[in-house]
Design a binder for this molecule. Sequence first.
Ligand SMILES: [Zn+2]
Ligand SMILES: [Zn+2]
Length: 232
Amino acid sequence: MARFTPQWDQQILGPANTIGIEKDNEKPPKPLPLSSLPIYHCSTCQLTWLVGEKGEAAAKNHPSHHTYSHIYAGTNRSLLVFADGACSGNGALNARGGLGVFFGAGSKFNFAERLSESGVHTSQKAELAAVARGLQTVRILQARHTMVVNAEGGHDPRYIVEGMCSHFSGWKENKQGVLVNKTGKAVENSKGFLRLESEVQMLSMVGVQVVYYLVSREENKEADILAKESIV
Ligand SMILES: [Zn+2]
Ligand SMILES: [Zn+2]
């Protein structure tokens, strides 16, 4: 299940404490806000981590979130990457899309860039590209950890999370390489979703599991600011 649900999460609760929880994947609870979760920004690796059941001291132990020495080392540590897209003149011929990826205050990995895509730019395209570029950065970082993608969309706020967690498994790639839904209708932004999925696959090959965590706009504001900066 690619949806991050803090109320069910083994990293936060500890594996033993999640066994008794009734989990209905069709009807997950509304995710708790980010502000209620302990997170820690490591100034050495310039990344933001979720603090797990082992507590803050364990999360602050820098070598522990970097080691490759043991197959399980760090797998219960989540890296947070905040992604957001923006678009001026959404959907118009001269629309300009941009994206922002945020790893923490002052992190050298933060970036803002224009959407480099042919065709008409939309905020959804920018949103998808932002998450894909965020994951691409994680791949380069080679952080061998479960990670949390934090996505929130404009007029359809759950676009990415629902797209990837609820709908994607029901979509198929047709002979032309376009995603179609169960009725055979082409999925909008098929290219963007496929690119995102391919980033997820590439990460899974190196043992990084991607989960999607939906937060409020306010809690994704740094990525939003970066995305908007890129299109002024
Ligand atoms: Zn660190
Ligand atoms: Zn957004």
